[in-house]
Design a protein around this ligand. Structure first.
Ligand code: C5P
Length: 305
């Protein structure tokens, strides 16, 4: 379940909540309850939000970071919902006692409603950190159930490393072994609510794919991904016409093997085989579009090696 939380001076526990990137996102069908069956190759970048927890008598949340302000208007942050859901599950397994407290700090460095699963990663990090702070031993299956009830992307964020995700997001399988790769993430500064993008999707559904166990090079991965699209990209582009322009800007950079949208958008990613080219591309886009959010990053698990 990813790296162990880091213990900081004073007993605070903290953890990176990394950006989730859908290298592919195919929609296989629509269920009667309106949710969609998916197949998605998901990786995590080595950039993200930062969640810190420390003991507290009641639950509280402090927001900081570049995108912290944007969350202040939200009546019920997913981090607090995760904390309450965890406490309720703990109460059920061991009834009695007062609701548990914690002072949570969310340093928000990922854009909000951006297709990077930032809120889901924050919720997953909160579940891991509070399990440790509250000394709970609910077990991985129970934690995954709590995660799924919070949102379709939360289980894979709890899993914390590359995965092939199916179902609504709850079937998490081993991803093919991936080559070293670098991503340039670009967000044009507009929030795109996921339900709207799913609702705007049209056309036939995709078919499930067979994936190899190992993909040797970034070039080979890009070739494979060309046949496995992000099925939400056309719908998102009709809602936000800046998306094709942003993807063209990425695609035209030297060394960009593939430019595509992540999740329900609007963030786009460029796939690179070399760190230097990714960094140069990020610099070039940031200079041409100073109002856009741009970062270059290795995969989280590559950085841990
Ligand atoms: O689960 P989550 O709250 O992240 O989903 C947000 C919205 O995305 C849902 O309300 C639904 O409209 C859409 N969705 C879907 N099928 C999925 C995941 C999400 O239709 N598998």
């Amino acid at each position: 379940m990813g790296a162990r939380p880091e213990v900081r001076p004073g007993g605070d526990l903290s953890r990176l909540a990394p950006a989730k990137v859908n290298l592919s996102l195919q929609i296989l069908g629509r269920r009667p309850d309106g949710y969609h069956e998916l197949e998605s190759l998901i990786v995590f970048a080595a950039v993200g939000d930062f969640v810190t927890v420390k003991p507290g008598t009641e639950l509280s949340l402090t927001l900081a970071g570049r995108f912290g302000e944007g969350l202040r208007a939200e009546p019920d942050n997913l981090v607090l919902r995760a904390a309450r859901a965890l406490d309720e599950a703990a109460q059920q397994s061991c009834p009695g006692g007062l609701p548990r407290g914690a002072a949570i700090r969310l340093h928000k460095e990922l854009p909000v409603a951006a297709g990077l699963g930032g809120g889901s990663a924050d919720a997953a990090a909160t579940l891991v950190l509070l399990s440790q702070l509250w000394k709970l031993e609910l077990g991985p299956d129970k934690l995954q159930d709590i995660a799924l009830a919070l949102g379709a992307d939360v289980p894979v964020c709890l899993h914390g490393r590359s995965a092939l995700v199916r179902g609504l997001g709850e079937r998490i399988e081993e991803a093919p072994t991936l080559p070293p790769l670098w991503l340039v993430l670009v967000n044009p500064g507009l929030a795109l609510p996921t339900p709207q993008v799913f609702a705007a999707r049209q056309g036939p559904f995709s078919r499930p794919e067979r994936w190899p166990q190992r993909i040797e090079t970034a070039e080979r991965l890009a070739k494979l991904l060309r046949g496995r699209s992000n099925d939400l990209e056309p719908a998102a582009a009709t809602l936000a016409p800046v998306i094709p322009r942003m993807l063209e800007a990425l695609a035209s950079c030297d060394g960009c093997l593939l430019a595509r949208m992540s999740g329900s958008g609007a963030t786009g990613f460029g796939l690179f085989a070399q760190a230097g080219k990714a960094e140069r591309a990020a610099g070039q886009i940031a200079a041409a579009y100073p109002q856009w959010w741009v970062v270059s990053s290795a995969l989280a698990e590559q950085q841990r090696l």
